[in-house]
Design a protein around this ligand. Structure first.
Ligand SMILES: [Zn+2]
Length: 527
């Protein structure tokens, strides 16, 4: 992945004096402090009454007898004091919980964020450190960490190098225990470059254009931990996605520090709140936001899910087409793959040359809106179907996008064919010809993003040959078995991550038909 400037690299103790624009942000901090004190108080009540105790003692989270809660001050000692609030039976924390309070200066394209992560150690190993991905730090000076605390105790040193933030824990995080990590930081948003050739440079989504602000990959998150392997954080690459995610819950409050009041498109459902605009997403991989004072919006409710289409003025027919295609795809995939995991799904006209998926939200390039011709025979419809499919093959069923990108991209590309077969069966042949065969794709599906040899060879192999593999497999094992397998794959690996080995192990449970020749045609490895 190419960035607009070299990665920043730091390894130092916190030093407010080094913070640029400190006067500007001191103003933010003072305003935020009052606001967050109130929120923090209620957050503490919630934590104290609803979730398991912190990791002060190695008490198992799943025990039915609640261990005493520690107050922040007692975290410095070895003998926790009982909670002043009688604690009911703890609800085990099944995945991390992110609380993000965001104060944005829309005019100056900057933000101040207070973030709290409740992270349960679900592995059988004790953890001595935490590893976070910090994508904004890939831009020089764009991410400034102002405060860091573990279980309420300030941490003065950390290691921040490029996208990697490593924090040594003051004491081990035992299996089943939960740690509370809090961070306060400012973001200086980068400008999104004008249209670039996606064959040469990966489009940048994070940042701002003259009419849009996109917060994607904007907050530090704890990367997955795999026992025996360690923290999973791969390097960025010129194309493809490199990050791997656990599922988590997100509670995000957005406030503005100026009078711009842009419209907000967000992952998750908006909830009433006096603290600001509040959005909530459960069991998602990423939380994305997009702002514009220009957005127009259309929406439609499909099977209890509200679908939104955000677009710029004068693109009403394109915006409507995106809404319809996304809603149709949602219905088709619910039928074929199983229930959609969220209550909202948002499509956004993006000021860059790409489509990109996030949990409950996707962007479609403005180029597709420009080229929309009023028919379903175009990339606006194709990519709307593709990005919607990622809600099953990325968000619901996760995978290692850097090492096994075919798992989500081949399935999402083939899902386009399922979409066309359902709504425009007369266009399936056109789809194969226009979307796949035109490129005469070649290459193995089981390549890492780093080994594919360029953007075009990568998409030819992983996306287009990926669709060919799934078509050949479907014809070999039959429609009934193929769709039963896909539905089972989505159910078995819902909110988890699947590997290539998992995919084929489950497939073998669904069929005894020999498909080894198809594997040999598409995969360099044996599966
Ligand atoms: Zn994709």
């Amino acid at each position: 992945m190419k960035r607009s400037s070299p990665p920043a690299s730091r390894n130092l103790a916190l030093s407010p004096a080094e913070e640029p624009h400190s006067e500007h942000f001191t103003h933010y901090v003072s305003r935020l402090t009052r606001h967050f004190l109130l929120i923090s108080f209620f957050s503490f009540l919630f934590i104290a009454s609803c979730t398991a105790p912190y990791s002060v003692t190695p008490s198992p989270l799943l025990t039915s007898s609640p261990a005493p809660l520690a107050t922040p001050s007692s975290l410095l000692t070895s003998s926790p004091v009982p909670s002043p609030i009688p604690s009911p039976t703890p609800i085990p924390l099944q995945h991390p919980q992110y609380t993000l309070n965001l104060l944005i200066d829309y005019t100056y394209k900057s933000a101040l964020v207070e973030e709290t992560i409740l992270y349960p150690n679900l592995s059988a190993e004790s953890l001595l450190n935490l590893m976070l991905a910090v994508e904004p730090n890939l831009w020089t000076g764009a991410f400034n960490l102002k405060a860091l605390a573990v279980d309420g105790v300030p941490i003065g040193t950390y290691r921040l190098e490029g996208q990697r933030l490593e924090i040594s824990l003051p004491q081990p995080l035992y299996p089943g225990s939960v740690v509370n990590l809090s961070l306060t930081y400012s973001l200086i948003l980068p400008q999104i470059p004008a249209d670039s050739d996606p064959n040469k440079v990966r489009p940048q989504i994070y940042g701002y254009t003259s009419r849009q602000v996109n917060l994607v990959g904007w907050y530090p998150f704890i990367v997955p931990y795999i026992p025996g392997t360690g923290w999973v954080l791969h390097n960025p690459w010129y194309y493809g996605e490199h990050l791997v995610y656990d599922c988590a819950d997100f509670d995000v409050i957005v406030r503005f520090d100026d009078a711009s009041e842009p419209k907000i498109a967000a992952s998750g459902l908006e909830l009433p709140s006096e603290a600001g605009r509040r959005f909530h997403l459960e069991n998602g991989r990423t939380f994305a936001l997009s702002f514009s004072t220009l957005y127009e919006v259309k929406s439609e409710v499909v099977g209890g899910v509200t679908v939104y289409s955000y677009y710029f003025p004068f693109y009403e027919s394109s915006g409507e087409a995106v809404l319809n295609a996304t809603a149709q795809a949602l219905q088709a995939y619910t039928q074929h793959f199983g229930p959609y995991p969220h209550t909202t799904l948002t499509a956004i006209q993006g000021d860059f040359n790409d489509g990109m998926e996030f949990s409950g939200l996707h962007f479609l390039s403005h180029d597709f809106y420009n080229l929309y011709d009023g028919t379903p025979q175009n990339y606006l419809t194709i990519v709307a179907a593709h990005e919607t499919a990622h809600q099953w093959w990325f968000d619901l069923v996760g995978n290692n996008q850097a090492l096994e990108p075919w798992l989500d991209e081949a399935l999402s590309t083939y899902s386009e064919r399922i979409f066309y077969a359902q709504y425009y069966p007369e266009l399936v042949d056109w789809w194969w010809s226009y979307r796949v065969n035109f490129y005469q794709p070649a290459g193995w599906l089981d390549v890492r993003i780093y080994d594919a040899g360029g953007y075009r060879p990568y998409t030819d192999a992983v996306y287009l040959r990926g669709a060919g593999f799934l078509e050949d497999l479907r014809q070999r094992i039959g429609d009934e078995t193929f769709f039963a397998f896909l539905k089972d794959y989505a159910a078995q690996y819902a909110h988890r991550r699947a590997t290539t080995a998992d995919f084929f192990a489950l497939l073998r449970q669904h069929t005894s038909v020999d498909y080894s020749d198809i594997i040999g045609k598409y995969f360099k490895g044996s599966h």
